[in-house]
Design a protein around this ligand. Sequence first.
Ligand code: G3P
Ligand code: CA
Length: 371
Amino acid sequence: MPSPLKGLFVGALTTMAQTAVTAYPESDAAPTSRVAQPVVIGHRGASGYRPEHTLASYELAARMGADFIEPDLVSTADGVLVARHEPEIGGTTDVAEHPEFADRRTTKTIDGIVCEGWFTEDFTLAELRTLRARERIADVRQENTIYDGRYAVPTFDEILALRAALSAELGREIGVYPETKHPGYFTSIGRPLEPGLVAALDRAGLNEPGAPVFVQSFETANLRALRGQLHVGLIQLLDAVCGPADLASAGDPRRGVDLITPEGLADIATYADGIGPDKDMVITRDTDGVLSAPTALVADAHAAGLLVHPYTFRNENRFLPAQFRSAGGDAEYGDAFAEYEAFLRAGIDGLFADNPDTAVAARAALFEPVR
Ligand code: G3P
Ligand code: CA
């Protein structure tokens, strides 16, 4: 299938990205006139302010100016796609406080990692709906914990409906950027994610060239297969340390860093429209955690015709490069704007942000609004 990036919306993004690449100088001088700007992806919604992967988190991200909202997708026992970062839900819901589900606690091996807890594929949607979301990293995001217990685990269909309603209300297209989580694992247990993903996008009228959609995966095989079923943008996620699980299970030891050679990027370009690398692959950090020099990744990816959307940008000291941390502890905010500026100047085409308002403000400081 030819690249779908010829439609109005995503096609416009491609043009923006190419403009950004050519117009953004490698100097200290901020551009004074821009016709394009990188996209802001609300990572798990606005997860810096609300428990991740809740409708409240996605809604806030859109209202803060995010161009896309990002649900991670897993399956229930009855094959419904819901938004959780991983199948295990002990860390992001109150399931441990439900005695009726105590016997569902179990140990599984997923992509070679042993996990203990409760898993979405062992719950029907009706059962999952009796749970409530809670903040994952309460030690860093204490403010978010006041929202614990207020929100359900949303289905992908609900997220798409919210996206449509917010697009109408806000007068701009809010994009959706779903990630298939552990797709090989879900296929292996008879709950493949892809049929439901394609069907949901079809139902929402979003499986069309130019629709405001990117589909992402850390695995390669399902993206290659989806190329023949989806008419939207596809993004190959890349981990700096690990390799795609489907390659590993096939005996292929390549890691993310092994896939970003010019040859590797050219291969990715045969089935995907962009890459979503760990941000450390775009600008490295030294052994002290100090942000150092940009790598060749942005230029190499652009030479292969690929967009570059690195993850994940967060305001708290715990996640910032060492030179941008403030004097406080892990939970204190540091100079997130300095980190954004470094990456925006590196020529990226978009980024995943837990604090979409900060990302939008950082972008506005460097780019003219799109006309
Ligand atoms: O999908 C981009 C980024 O979200 C990948 O990391 O683990 O937060 O899903 P993760
Ligand atoms: Ca994700």
